[in-house]
Design a protein around this ligand. Structure first.
Ligand code: CP
Ligand code: NVA
Length: 308
């Protein structure tokens, strides 16, 4: 029977917190959890959820993942805890890590997440920051692997904002040696440091391509991926971004320029007819709801590793 492995890092704050081997092991465990081939029980373990931003998938998939491995969760947010009153992160982290066995945190700044991790005696998981969404990327690559069986020759094209989701896809792509193309409007490129880190991992392979041309970027692509144009916390930029992102919608025309067997991914929630059309979401090429389901399986696997 496949067993969880102890990860080399205590925390999962970034897509680069696992090695390629650890990442693949988590995907393998997740597949076995999904196929009900694993019966790992982590009785009485408690996951603390701290969500400074809204969530449907991440919150519920963590709650269900934890209950499936025999544990429980507590869910905190700024309005029902002292976090909103401004209690210092270092105090919250020290207290909650005495009650809980692991913490999953959704917040704005990556540096705040890192501060939680620094003061927590227990593992901390990034449940989304402005910089990264590494649990999402685990599910994304699980979904890609289900479709194409391995990552050889897979070309992943992300159309839209160079945001947290794009950053994590880039880092995972580098880790796995997958060609990643990003097509975004000028000025909305992914984080510079993320690009630099990814290029260092890719070494001399020219597999990370950033452009402002969606049509060229999707040529021969096997996976088309998009996300909202204005992320949580960017509500005031919505109107401007709607104008700047015209031409960056995944529609049937763009899909017809990709590989004929290409699949469509979106982390959700989606704004239909902005970053993606309704017919593409509902098309037979869409794996969007499998992808959402896989959040639960990869997080079950991640928790099993972090708690083992
Ligand atoms: N994809 C994702 O993280 O969704 P939620 O914001 O609903 O958690
Ligand atoms: N980029 C989006 C992802 C939501 C899951 C956001 O940060 O709001």
């Amino acid at each position: 029977m496949l067993n969880p492995i102890k990860l080399s890092r205590k925390n999962f704050l970034s897509s680069l917190d696992t090695s390629c081997e650890e990442f693949l092991h988590i995907l393998e465990l997740a597949k076995n959890f999904k196929n009900k081939n694993l019966n790992i029980k982590l009785k009485e373990k408690v996951l603390g959820l701290i969500f400074d931003k809204s969530s449907t998938r991440t919150r519920v998939s963590f709650q269900v993942a934890m209950s499936r491995i025999g544990g429980t969760t507590v869910d905190l947010n700024p309005t029902t805890s002292q976090i909103g009153r401004g209690e210092p992160i270092r105090d919250t982290a020290r207290v909650l890590s005495r009650y809980c066995d692991v913490l999953a945190i959704r917040t704005f700044k990556q540096t705040d997440l890192e501060e939680y991790a620094e003061w927590s005696s227990k593992p901390v998981i990034n449940a989304l920051t402005d910089l990264e969404h590494p649990c999402q990327a685990l599910a994304d690559f699980m979904t890609i692997k289900e479709e194409f069986l391995d990552f050889k020759n897979v070309i992943l094209t992300f159309i839209g904002d160079g945001n947290n989701v794009a950053n994590s896809l880039i880092l995972c792509g580098a880790l796995l040696g997958v060609e990643v193309r990003i097509a975004c409007p000028k000025g909305y490129e992914p984080n510079d440091l993320v690009i630099k880190r990814a290029k260092k991992i890719y070494k001399d392979k020219n597999l990370l391509k950033i452009s402002n041309d969606p049509i060229t970027a999707v040529k021969g692509a096997n996976v088309l991926y998009t996300d909202v144009w204005a992320s949580m916390g960017e509500e005031s930029q919505k109107e401007q971004k709607d104008k700047d992102f015209l031409g960056f919608t995944i529609d049937q025309n763009l899909v017809s320029n990709a590989d004929k067997d290409a699949i469509i991914l979106h982390c959700l929630p989606a704004y239909r007819s902005k970053e993606i059309t309704n017919d593409v979401i509902e098309s037979e090429k869409s794996r969007i709801f499998e992808q959402a389901e896989n959040r639960m399986h990869v997080q079950q696997a991640l928790l099993a590793c972090l708690l083992s």
